[in-house]
Every structure is written in C-alpha cells, then in structure tokens.
Design a protein around this ligand. Structure first.
Ligand code: FMN
Length: 379
C-alpha cells in the first residue's frame, strides 16, 4: 500500500476501492459544488502566526464538547449510507472513534441501525435525527436512541427538502434505486468491497426498515424516505423534540446570524455552523467564513461547533481559534472508511491529531483549550 500521510491519500485509495456511485455520493456537493469547494478553500485563506522560543513540551489536544471529554475536539459527522463505503461502515467508524476518544454520530439514514452500533460498541455514541413527516416514527426513533444510551441528539435543521447533486442523478443513485448493468460492473470491479458486502446482512436503511409503516422492500423504503423529509419543520418542532429527548441537544445546520439567535433561544447545548458539507444550498457561504459572525452574535449564549471543509489538523485549529469549541469531519472519515475500513478511520483521526498537535506547537501553544484568535494573522 502506498504511504498514507494526509487525508488526500485516503481519498485516492477510497476512489480505487469503493464503487463509483458510492464514492461519488460522498465526494459531491449540490449543483455547481461552489459551496462544497469554498468550504475547503476558505480555510487556506486563513494564515497562522509562527512563534518561536516558546516552551512546546507537554502538549494536549484534550478538550470537551457539550461537557463530554474528547481526546481532541473533532467528532465524526453523521453521514447517510456510510455502510455503503465499506461493509458495516457505521459499526467500524463508531469503534474507531470510541477507541480514539472522539464522538461518533450515527445518521438517521445509516445502514447499520442504532441497535447494531450499540451492540458493537462499549462507549455511548451520538444520534442524528431527521424529523420525518411520520411523527410516530420520529417518537420511536428517539426512544430507540435513548434505549441505546446515546449521549447526545444532533438535530439536523437544513434538510427540509433535498438539495440536488448532479453526480448522484447521473449515477442513478435515486429513490427508488435503479440497478443497471453499469452498477453491477462498478461493483464487480471492486472485488474487496463486494466480498465485504457479501459477508454482511446490513445492506439497507436499518433504522427505517421494519420500523416505518408501509415499508416492505427496498423500493418502497427508498420512496418512503424521499417523501418523508418535512418541508413544514419549524421552531416549535425543535421544542417538541427537545422535550421528547430530554438530554443533550445539538442543532445542526445553522449558517445565518438570525437563525443562530433563534437556535440559542431554544436552550440547545450547542449549535453546529454548517451548510451540510455543501450538499444543500449551493451558493451559500462556506461554514468557516460564517463562523466569526455567528460567534459574535451568540458565542456568549450557546456552545458553537463547526463542520464543512475540514481536511487537516490545521483546519481544526483555525476553527477553534475563531471560536468553535468543537468540529466535525464528514468526508475525511468516509474516505478512510472506504480506503481501509476501521483502520482507515483511525488513520484519518491520527493524521488530523498529528497535524493539529504540530501546528499548535509551532504557533506557540501547548493546549488546544488555550488556542484563540492570537494564533491567527489579523490581515
Ligand atoms: C456522504 C454524506 C452523507 C451525509 N449524510 C448526512 C446525514 O445523514 N445527516 C446529516 O445531518 N448530515 C449528513 N451529511 C452532512 C455531514 O454531517 C456534514 O455536515 C458534512 O459532511 C461536513 O462537511 P465535510 O464532509 O466537508 O467534513 C452528509 C455528508 C456526506 C458527505
């Protein structure tokens, strides 16, 4: 295997090992993908201050997110179909995250179910909720997350309707899925992936299958799912969910100061500044460019997290310096998963931790909890 030094190496490996339609599903954004690109490229515009002759011994990336200890302030984002990047993907990623000491967030649209992940891991994980029109199903999901001991609920607010990704449509990754000879060929040319998939029963949306009314096969399941996102979702629903859940709540998908104020008023434990990794509103600004304004507006009222475009430990430090108490990685861990399963997710976390640690030292800081805007150039 070629040397893996950075997240881009894992991405290249994943591209070779994951069937094209699923690799593209991860590596795509809405429409022209301008927001997806900006999420990454805006990090590069932020410059770090190089410091010298500062004591750099005894460094630590340890911190907290919503009061929970983390080995570094980097959680794994909820991502649908992670179990299609690699067989049993969510279980493997959850195990890697738990061993590393960072939170794993299971998506509503996962392949492995809440119960599958709970059974295969020892530490509590976080659960991400999409509010579906079928509120009985939502109530039941929340109960299942509680029963599984999930230690936070991440409520996604920016997917009332689905953004369009051209790559997915061109690949025929639609609801219901259309399996053509092209797909079969894409899978056959990835024999390791196929072997993994043949060795698991987990090949459908297991949080939904068997739990939603009127869902019997893959076709009805996909159609149900596509129709279930609720365009009427509103702030009263957030209150309803908060009361039903009763535990730590994180609101995901805030990109605007006015929405941040509304979100802070709900009493949630944290908000995630996010544009869904550039997969929803193409043309929206990058997450990192909006972070300082949102911190100015509600930084004294609620804990602020950020996702979107983090590809290195340097990016993590920049987000922390601009006021994020925590960050999340989506594609970096999916690339690791597609490339090498659990070992690849661990590798992604190790790469990011090492980069964050060295960068922190060269900026003259020893603890990530002391990192602030002083590590950044002002102009
Ligand atoms: C393949 C993929 C699937 C995703 N599925 C979900 C999901 O089910 N729920 C959700 O809240 N966000 C989902 N997201 C968005 C991520 O949680 C996160 O906001 C985004 O990936 C962060 O950007 P990054 O990939 O640049 O790190 C998904 C992102 C990707 C790439």
């Amino acid at each position: 295997m070629s040397t893996v030094l950075e997240i881009a190496d894992l991405k290249r490996l994943a591209q070779r090992r994951v069937p094209k339609m699923f690799f593209d599903y991860a590596d795509s954004g809405a429409w022209t993908e301008s927001t997806y690109r900006a999420n990454e490229s805006d990090f590069a515009k932020i410059k770090l201050r190089q410091r010298v002759l500062v004591d750099m011994t005894d460094r630590s990336l340890a911190s907290t997110m919503i009061g929970q200890n983390v080995a570094m302030p980097v959680a794994l984002s909820p991502t649908g179909l992670a179990g299609m990047q690699h067989a049993d993907g969510e279980i493997l990623a959850a195990q890697a995250a738990a061993e590393f000491g960072v939170p794993f967030t299971l998506s509503t649209m996962s392949i492995c179910s809440i119960e599958d992940v709970a059974e295969a891991t020892k530490k509590p994980f976080w659960f991400q909720l999409y509010v579906m029109k079928d509120r009985d199903f939502v109530r039941n999901l929340i109960e299942r997350a509680k029963a599984a001991g999930c230690s936070a609920l991440v409520l996604t607010l920016d997917l009332q309707i689905l953004g369009q990704r051209h790559k997915d449509l061109r690949n025929g990754l639609s609801a219901p899925p259309k399996f053509t000879p092209k797909h079969i060929w894409q899978m056959m040319t990835r024999p390791q992936w196929c072997l993994g998939m043949m060795g698991t029963q987990r090949r459908t949306f297991r949080n939904i299958a068997g739990h939603a009314k009127g869902v019997s096969d893959l076709s009805s399941l996909s159609s149900w799912t596509a129709e279930q996102f609720d365009p009427k979702l509103n702030w009263d629903d957030v209150e309803w969910i908060k009361n039903l859940w009763g535990g730590p709540l994180i609101l995901k998908g805030i990109l605007d100061e006015e929405d941040a104020l509304m979100a802070a008023k709900t009493g949630a434990d944290a908000i995630i500044v996010s544009n869904h990794g550039g997969r929803q509103l193409d043309g929206a600004p990058s997450s990192i460019s909006m972070l300082p304004r949102i911190v100015d507006t509600v930084g004294d009222k609620v804990e602020i997290h950020l996702d979107g475009g983090i590809r290195s430990g340097q990016d993590v430090l920049k987000a922390v310096a601009l006021g994020a108490k925590g960050t999340y990685i989506g594609r970096p861990f999916l690339y690791g998963l597609g490339a090498m399963g659990k070992a690849g997710v661990t590798k992604a976390l190790e790469i990011i931790a090492r980069e964050a640690d060295v960068t922190m030292a060269l900026c003259g800081k020893r603890r990530i909890t002391d990192v602030d805007a002083s590590i950044l150039h002002k102009d």
